[in-house]
Design a protein around this ligand. Sequence first.
Ligand SMILES: C[S@@+](CC[C@H](N)C(=O)[O-])C[C@H]1O[C@@H](n2cnc3c(N)ncnc32)[C@H](O)[C@@H]1O
Length: 355
Amino acid sequence: MAGTIDEARLGEFMGQMAGYMTGGALCFGVWLGDELGLYRALASAGPQTAGALADATSCNPRLVREWLDGQVAGGLVGYGQATDTYELSAEAAAALADDSSPVFVARGMNAFASLFIDHDKIADAFRGSGGISWGEHHPRLFSGTEWFFRTGYRAYLPAEWLPALDGVDAKLHSGAKVADVGCGHGASAVVMAQAYPAARVWGFDYHAPSIETARERATEAGVADRTTFEVAEAKNYPGRYDLICFFDCLHDMGDPVGIARYAREHLEADGTVLLVEPFALEDKAANLTTNPMAALFYTVSSAICTPNSLAQDVALGLGAQAGEARLREVFEAAGYSRFRRAAETPMNLILEARQ
Ligand SMILES: C[S@@+](CC[C@H](N)C(=O)[O-])C[C@H]1O[C@@H](n2cnc3c(N)ncnc32)[C@H](O)[C@@H]1O
């Protein structure tokens, strides 16, 4: 035990714990609301009783009422006592019901669900070698990751990130070749193919089921004619490209230096690497205390990203909070002469590397 307990500090700490427990429970409640279509039905019909919502979603009315009251207590859903009706504000509908909105977060909860589904594997990795490959996780991780990041790619990638790179936007408009390495379900590749119809986009990932889903996503989005998705390791995909991208994945890989070097060797003359990584402040103490995403990113990194890296060749274990200076070292070691921050959001650092 670390010293005598101060009752005031204990009360404060337990209040913090109550907040985290509520957050954990509401992550589940949000997942359920998206999975069962409860938010979409609430958003589409305006204020409604629990019974009407249960009818509209073919769900059990008693359970729907209990879920709704939890949502109201958590401040996500509004309640009118006089009419005993529930409703979603426009803001809540954007975050929870409309999967085309730039702030939609509900479906990303699948990633949190996967942590609990995979709890034994993760605990075993902590007690053992530390390694868990991406494909060993429950598929909810793959869809959760897709939806966690997809919103940001749709909001920022064509509008801000690609135009922030030196000369890349113009090249893409006139028909550049793009590789999206570690493309997962293809969220970023599809966004690029939609925004730049003259460009040709190749998505590579070593996880075969993700590549199959990426192909389906491209077909659904009407860009299958200009995208190609292939199973490939980040150190053995074919071809040369004007732009090679790593979206929220380089830190998951065992050998980021070797992978960045392989990318340099597969760039066309004057090509660019776009590196998108989770946002982190340079100073570790400042990052731990003032980056609002740090607790989430470190925790997820300890259970998913770092174990994936430790399961691969070299096993560098960069982690999801490596930060710009550490990432610059990786690219300098891989032989790049230029590396700069092109843009940032509260979630991501957008970095540009040139030969
Ligand atoms: C966190 S996910 C990001 C997926 C996608 N880029 C996105 O932003 O939605 C990391 C991805 O990297 C892939 N990956 C990890 N190590 C890899 C490697 N050595 N070669 C190719 N893909 C790899 C995983 O299969 C997974 O799809």
